[in-house]
Design a protein around this ligand. Sequence first.
Ligand code: ZN
Ligand code: FE
Length: 239
Amino acid sequence: MEIVAVPAFTDNYIWLVHDRESGETAVVDPGDAAPVLAEASRRGWTIGQVWNTHWHPDHTGGNVAIKQANGARVSGPAAENIPASDVALKEGDEVRLGRHVGRVMEVPGHTSGHIALVFDEDGVAFVGDTLFAMGCGRLFEGSPEQMYRSLQRLAALPGDTRLYCAHEYTLANARFAAHAEPENRAIADRLAEVAALRDAGQITLPTTVAQERETNPFVRSTNVEEFARRRAAKDSFGS
Ligand code: ZN
Ligand code: FE
C-alpha cells in the first residue's frame, strides 16, 4: 500500500492510497478535488474510491467532482450527511483496496459520527480529525467522554501502527503539549524535531501509536476530567 500526502488549503492533508498489485487507488477525505486529481493523473492512477472520515467540507468538498471525473464510489460514516455518498459505514464494516482490508472504527467526538479506517495487516490507520500528532480534534459535536474513549481506542492499536491525520497541526500541538507536560522529556525532544521539520518545510506525518502514547497529552490523560481540562486549555492556548 503506497500512501501519498496531497496538501490542500492551508494545512489539510488528503491521503492518496494506491495498491500496486491490483492497480486500485482510493482517496481519504478529499476536501478539494483539483490537487488530488492532478496528483493521481501525474502518477497514472485512477481514483476508484473516496473514503470520508466525517462530513466537514474540508474533508468532503471534492467528493462530487472526483465521482464525476472518475466514477469513484464514495463511502463515509452512516451517521453523517456525506456528499454523493454510495456506501454508509458503521462500526465493524470494511473497506477494501485490492487485498487490503480496512475496518471501520467509530470514533465520535470531533463530530458525532466520525469514523477511522484501520488496516490492521498493513499497520495503518486513517484517523481524520480525531487524533492529531501530539493533539486531537476540537469537540464540535461530541462530548469529552466520547472523545476520550475514541482516543483510547486508537491508542490501544499496536504501537507501530502508522496514523495518518488530516491536518498539519503538529507544531502548535507540540507547543501546547510542552506546556501541559513540562517535565516530559519525550515531548521536549519531539517539539525540537517537529520545529526543525517545519522550518525545512517538511511534513510531520504520519505519526505512530507508540509516539502518541509518549507525547500526546490528550492520549496520556488518565481520566475524562483531565482530558476535558486539557482540551479546554488547548482551545484558549495561544500558538
Ligand atoms: Zn473536521
Ligand atoms: Fe478538518
